[in-house]
Design a protein. Sequence first.
Length: 425
Amino acid sequence: MLELNFIRANKSRVLQGLKIKNFPQEGLQVIDDILKLDDGRKETQTNLDSLLAERNQLSKSIGNLMKSGQKAEAEAMREKVAALKEEAAQLEESLNDTKAQLEELLLKVPNIPHESVPPGTQPEDNEVYKAWETTLPELGPDALPHWELAQKYGVFDLELGVKLTGSGFPVYRGKGAKLERALISFFLDEAIKAGFEEVIPPLMVNEDTARATGQLPDKEGQMYFVERDNLYLIPTAEVPVTNIYRDVILDESDLPIKMTGYTPCFRREAGSYGAHVRGLNRVHQFDKVEIVVLDHPDKSYETLQQMLAHVSGLLDKLELPYRILRLCGGDMSFTSALTFDFEVFSAAQKRWLEVSSVSNFETFQSNRMKLRYRDGKSTRLVHTLNGSALALARIVAALLENNQTPEGIVIPKVLRTYTGFELLN
RNA sequence: GGUGACGUGGGUGAGUGGCUGAAACCACCGGUUUGCUAAACCGACGUACUCUUAACGGGGUACCGCGGGUUCGAAUCCCGCCGUCACCGCCA
């Protein structure tokens, strides 16, 4: 949620930003509506406050009059207060009304993009921020896509997942399961080495939590919902982990706060069909290690670069070819100010697969969750950032395809202490 | 799931209708004293909204788990919800 004061002070910048984010032209009116509503809110607030002040004053007098036995005067004042009360009740109702409307409108406005975000409406418009400089791996004509390799070596079984649950819920088996667990451990250990605190959060969250990071109200359809208990299955660890600091006022010296967490992620996703969603390309449940940073507004973009370096380091160590994209306005998430996607080249499919998304949300999430730090005598919203480091399913897909040999799948060196084997066959 | 107790500021904890935005103590912060540390003493010490001020600051309103109610007036009384703890039942 954008800060009201920011909108007020930077209206033209907001409008311009919304355009880059492909906010519908006819919806731009919402900004003026918001400001107008807020003007009304202030006025009502002021009026109500002075009414209540008067009431408090009178009440005090009544008490004194009663004590000194001046019943008649007290009675007269009581009537006066009764009239005030009615008026105050009306103002209060209208104030609550205005606030609710304001909130509703504010929730509709996406974050505005950082100045470096390129314009565009679709994935093709994303800017290649860092290309893969050396040649891409070329496999022979008999190279297999990962879903066939999985079948050949018993890495994971999607049909078994259908039996147990439904489509998009892979069952990892044997060395495949071990590989999955090795990757999780490797990613966590790397994050811990880089100074992140490991957390194991709940996999289900309540409505407040989902709203604070921006999943609600607009992306309701993306999450699984447990109706009976009013809980959402998390689509990413970002949601519970960032919310650890909801309604918290930090000391400036606490920043930055760096956390990492492994969780399964659940995505309903309307989804398309065909080759693009085959195998592990798109599933309803996948494992991911997430990194989350809460930082000082002046430092957050520097931190974003460090996060990019961290993720790059992981992919380097796994010896996977990748590129980094700077997402265009139209392809960015509702909540983000700047997002970089990492894509790994999956050599048999000859496709780039998104394995990480690293974003700075600036104060968009912290405003919703009232996450601040002490800045001298006042408080200020912190910047929140997060990134996948990394999403497992597609990493496994790329590893299987890129590392296939007639003897089996070659496990990258860094993982061997975790897997205990060098060849998956 | 059942029964009982309880939910006050960063912490402990006082407060059963007006003098309580809230005692006291601890922690934190500033200062005095001090060779350093410690101790002692003094002072400051919530958040949000709003009005006012060039600014420092000052005024007002709301908030004692959350929501509603009674009352001229509620942390304090009533109702609902949520949560915590204890005991019982069940259980990885």
